[in-house]
Design a binder for this molecule. Sequence first.
Ligand SMILES: [Zn+2]
Length: 313
Amino acid sequence: MCDLTNPIFTDANKAREHLEALYWPDGPACRHCGNADPARITKLAGKSTRPGVYKCNECAKPFSVTVGTAMERSKIPLNKWLLVMHLMMAGKKGISALQVHRMLGISYQTAWFMCHRLREGMRDMDHKATGGLGGTNKVVEVDEAYVGGKTKNRAFKEPNPKKAVLSLVERGGRVASFHIANVSYEMVRPLIVTNVNRASAIMSDESLVYPRVGHEFADHHTVCHSANEYARLGGYVHINTAENFYSILKRGITGIYHSVSEAHLHRYLAEFDFRYNNRSGLGVGDVERAAKAMKGLEGKRLTYHQPREAAHA
Ligand SMILES: [Zn+2]
């Protein structure tokens, strides 16, 4: 558990120094042109200058550690950004914008945008850069789930339809989840073949969409739930890992977030995937997980208009 009395959560200057150490382990680098020569960077000082502003002597532009990150031009002090990220990364289920609004004394709308900006930093961080999930002698479980669609407090409205999610879970490893419009071969095949190493063995449920794509991998087994065949081949054939991941996801979405709109589901999936991929069982502690998530905010500047775009794959 992180120590909430740490000054980085209460003091904006300490928070900025923490981010500088995280983003610039070798000293400041210009956010505009990449110049990292300490002799060509001047730290600006003086009564009229905010702390943490540098001037690049290559491109002549001023910069600070937050330029080009999701926190650029935010009026929220950096210690609050760090606190929300730590709260989001501690535990398995995350924190809602409503809780952030109450705990930090900021408006609900501001809390909501902060949470989405933090989630944006968690997208596309893991599986693609490392050659895909699975590999030789490894198993990747493929499963789909339906989330959202709670009818609570919606007596006079149409209930939100449930949204389909495809998750690819490497046994003992990482997960990659996607919001899909429907569970069809055309929808799932591209996601599976671009995210899973072909040398893997695939385990899926008995849905008819998987055998065709399963043939493209080293091995494919189908779990037949109806025949009460949970542990075929000495316990090898199952999709329990995927089902365990979905139980965390569903409890989180219904318990913390209550419902999730279609347009934002991919960001919640990024958050749950990120926590799972950086879980304590893989040797990642709360502090390290939050630091890695903060690193992801570099290059992820998100304006107020962007969160509304892009619903599903
Ligand atoms: Zn520069």
